[in-house]
Ligand binder design. Structure first.
Ligand code: HEM
Length: 419
């Protein structure tokens, strides 16, 4: 992927396309499945083909040495295959059971109120990227892992550096030596930090995700020290920019479709459905990659071992064979599920948490912001192609009613996490 791409595919990496990639994605979906003549990448964009690839045991998630990324990867859930993946997923999944995740609702509501209180204390305008959508998931996952508040900023910096490792390299040589060095430094920082935190939790367990991961056990098997560290890093990295983009793409969708914003304000019970629509209509994770391990075909396209596949989730989510009026943003559509969290064995481990954070944040935006207006000139996108979302997004408003964001009961978790 770091070599040449045919013009159609190269357009995906063009910064001018980032604000609205859906025309390019439609062209690629309609032409798919096909082999890009310049790079040899198999492009998959139809919903049924994407799903078939993601569930196919003949594809691998181990992209090391494939040219899709030049940053050395640590073996983690995202890049391992069965049986190693199955074992790790079973153990890590124990800390992410829906019942355990839902217990964090009051704490997430509290964090949302804290952020809105800070915004309300300033001018009647704010950059919702830096003031709301980015800090929220970091504070949540840091609290869940038991990282003290004063260390959150350094975590945010490290998580941002490592975000480069999840982007397929569609632009030749885009990862400079400095970026690779930044990634290495961030990893070293995380490894040292989590090593110390794990030792503390082994000694004194708490009501947090880290203690759950340490004690997770399956038939006498447990996560090793290095697996624990790598899983903690992955949780931060995988759930940071993706969740921020879910919130930002959602707010953007609501601001651009005032009727939908009104609907959510009047019917807060639609918040979960609104999240599903954002994941479909403007997917934070636009595409993922796989490598063929054994030969197979998609439609008429033969795939040989070692071939990289580009699975265009955001194209599949607008496939008219599955979704009616796929280019319309409609939070009440209630049609078949999307591929926003992928499918198959690597289906997002944090989906329950992402949905919870997304629905609380979008509802808070709809209920608390009085007469919000997008400053369209301020909108800028990050360079990342796979995890796509705004870098700057100013919104002005008449007032913020923080009290409109309810907190469900008392947050035992918040006490535990501060403890
Ligand atoms: C809206 C927010 C999110 C989106 C759109 C998203 C999307 C995805 C996608 C598409 C994958 C599949 C990757 C692949 O197959 O190559 C994935 C996997 C994963 N996600 Fe998420 N994610 C989100 C939030 C989170 C959160 C909050 C966490 C945890 C705190 C998380 C943790 C993970 C992990 C650990 C995996 C790897 C699972 C595996 O390979 O078995 N994600 N996510």
């Amino acid at each position: 992927m770091t070599t040449s791409l045919s013009p159609d595919l190269a357009r995906l990496a063009d910064p001018a396309v980032r604000p609205d990639p859906y025309g390019v994605l439609r062209t690629l979906r309609e032409a798919s499945p096909y082999t890009d003549p310049a790079s040899g990448i198999v492009v998959v964009g139809r919903r049924s083909d994407c799903e078939a690839v993601l569930r196919n045991p003949k594809v691998s998630s181990d992209r090391q040495g494939s040219g899709i990324t030049t940053v050395p990867q640590m073996p983690n859930l995202m890049n391992l295959d069965a049986p190693d993946h199955t074992r790790l997923r079973r153990l890590a999944g124990k800390a992410f059971k829906p019942r355990l995740v839902q217990q964090w609702r009051p704490r997430i509501e509290e964090i949302v109120r804290e952020l809105l209180t800070d915004i309300a204390a300033g001018e009647n305008t704010a950059d919702l990227v830096s003031a709301f959508a980015y800090p929220l998931p970091v504070r949540v996952i840091c609290d869940m892992l038991g990282v003290p508040r004063e260390d959150h900023p350094v975590f945010e910096k490290w998580a941002r550096s490592i975000a480069y490792t999840v982007d397929p390299q569609l632009v030749p040589g885009r990862l400079s030596t400095e970026v690779v060095q930044e990634v290495e430094e961030a990893r070293a920082g995380f490894v040292g930090y989590f090593g110390r935190l794990i030792a503390e939790r082994r000694h004194t367990p708490r009501a947090d995700v880290l203690s759950e991961l340490i004690s997770a056990e399956e038939q006498g098997d447990q996560l090793t020290e290095s697996e624990l560290i790598i899983t903690c890093i992955l949780l931060l990295v995988a759930g940071h920019e993706t969740t921020a983009n879910l919130i930002l793409n959602g707010i953007l969708g609501l601001l651009r479709h005032p009727g939908q914003l009104r609907l959510l304000r009047e019917r807060p019970e639609l918040a979960e459905a609104a999240v599903e629509e954002v994941l479909r209509y403007d997917a934070p994770a636009q595409m993922i990659t796989r490598i063929a391990r054994e030969p197979f075909t998609i439609g008429d396209t033969p795939v040989t071992p070692g071939t990289p596949l580009l699975v265009l989730l955001a194209a599949a989510n607008r496939d008219p064979d599955v979704h009616r009026d796929p280019d319309t943003f409609d939070i009440s559509r209630g049609d078949p599920g999307h591929l926003g969290f992928a499918a198959g064995p690597h289906f997002c481990l944090g989906s329950v948490l992402a949905r919870l954070e997304g629905s609380i944040a979008l509802n808070a935006f709809a209920q608390a912001f009085v007469e919000p207006r997008l400053d369209a000139e301020s909108l800028r996108y990050r360079p990342h192609v796979a995890v796509r979302g705004p870098d700057r997004m100013r919104v002005s408003f008449k007032e913020i009613r923080v009290d409109a964001v309810r907190v469900t009961g008392t947050s035992e978790r918040s006490v535990a996490s501060r403890g």
